[in-house]
Ligand binder design. Structure first.
Ligand code: 4EH
Length: 228
C-alpha cells in the first residue's frame, strides 16, 4: 500500500514530514515529492502550492507517476458555520467547486455537464477517521467543503457560498483533488482545521493560526495512517 499525503502549503505538510522516516525526495513538474515511511506504511508526501490547478497537477502526478493507492489531504480552512471555531477539525463528507459558473446556460453553480456538483469522499477512510477521533477523544466535525480559487475574506461571498452549497468550510484545493481522485479511481479523504472565518478578519486570523491549525490536521492524519 502506498499512501499519498497532500497539502497546499509547506506549513500544512511540515509536521508530517518531521515524523517520516527513511526520507528521500524527487523534483518533478516544478514540485518536490517526498518518499518515506510512517508507521511502516509507504507514503508519498507533497505540498502542491495554492489553488485548484496546482493541487490537481500534484494529485494526478501522485496517482499516475508515483502509484499512490489512497489520498489523504491535510490542511486548514475558513469556517462558514458558526459552530466551527478556529482550531476545530472538519472532515469533508463531500466537496464542491463554488467558483465553477456556467449559470448563463441554466446550469446550477458548481456544475458542468458530465460532472457532478458534489463529490463524496471515501467511506472506509471516513470510518477510520471516526474511529481515530473516538479513540483519541477528539471532536471531528463532518460537513460539506467548498473549494474555489479565492481566499475568501468577505462576509457577502462567505454567505453566498454557504447558502448555495450548504457548505461548512471553505478552502482552495479539496474539490479539485476530489475530482482527480474520483476520475482516476483513488479513494480520498479531506481533513481541514479551521484557521479563520472567511470574513473581514480572515487575513489576520489566517496568519495567526496557520501553523497551529495545520499541525492539528497533520497530527490527526498521522494517527489515521496507523489504522489504514
Ligand atoms: O491554500 C490556500 C491558503 C490561503 S491563500 C487555501 N487554504 C489556505 C485554506 C483556507 C482558505 N481558503 C479560502 C483557509 N482560509 C481560507 C479562506 N478562503 N478564508 C494564501 C495564504 N497565505 C499566503 C498566500 N496565500
Amino acid at each position: 500500500m502506498i499512501i499519498g499525503i497532500l497539502g497546499a502549503m509547506r506549513e500544512e505538510i511540515e509536521p508530517i514530514l518531521k515524523l517520516t522516516t527513511s526520507l528521500s525526495s524527487m523534483n518533478y513538474g516544478e514540485n518536490i515529492y517526498y518518499f518515506g515511511k510512517i508507521y511502516n506504511q509507504n507514503v508519498v508526501i507533497a505540498y502542491s502550492k495554492i489553488g485548484k490547478v496546482f493541487s490537481s497537477l500534484t494529485a494526478s502526478i501522485m496517482i499516475e507517476k508515483f502509484k499512490i493507492q489512497k489520498m489523504l489531504f491535510s490542511g486548514v480552512a475558513g469556517s462558514l458555520n458558526k459552530n466551527l471555531k478556529i482550531g476545530d477539525l472538519i472532515r469533508a463528507s463531500s466537496l464542491c467547486q463554488h467558483d465553477l459558473d456556467i449559470s448563463a446556460f441554466g446550469h446550477p453553480f458548481g456544475f458542468v455537464p458530465e460532472g457532478s456538483r458534489f463529490i463524496d469522499s471515501d467511506n472506509l477512510l471516513n470510518q477510520i477517521a471516526d474511529e481515530v477521533a473516538k479513540n483519541l477523544n477528539i471532536n471531528l466535525n463532518i460537513g460539506i467543503i467548498a473549494t474555489g480559487d479565492q481566499f475568501v475574506a468577505d462576509k457577502s461571498r462567505k454567505e453566498w457560498v454557504k447558502n448555495n452549497f450548504n457548505a461548512d468550510a471553505i478552502e482552495m484545493e479539496g474539490g479539485a483533488v476530489a475530482t482527480i481522485c474520483k476520475s482516476l479511481g483513488v479513494p480520498f479523504f479531506v481533513l481541514r482545521a479551521i484557521s479563520d472565518s472567511a470574513d473581514e478578519e480572515a487575513g489576520i486570523d489566517f496568519d495567526s493560526f496557520l501553523n497551529e491549525s495545520a499541525k492539528k490536521s497533520a497530527d490527526f492524519i498521522v494517527s489515521m495512517i496507523e489504522k489504514i
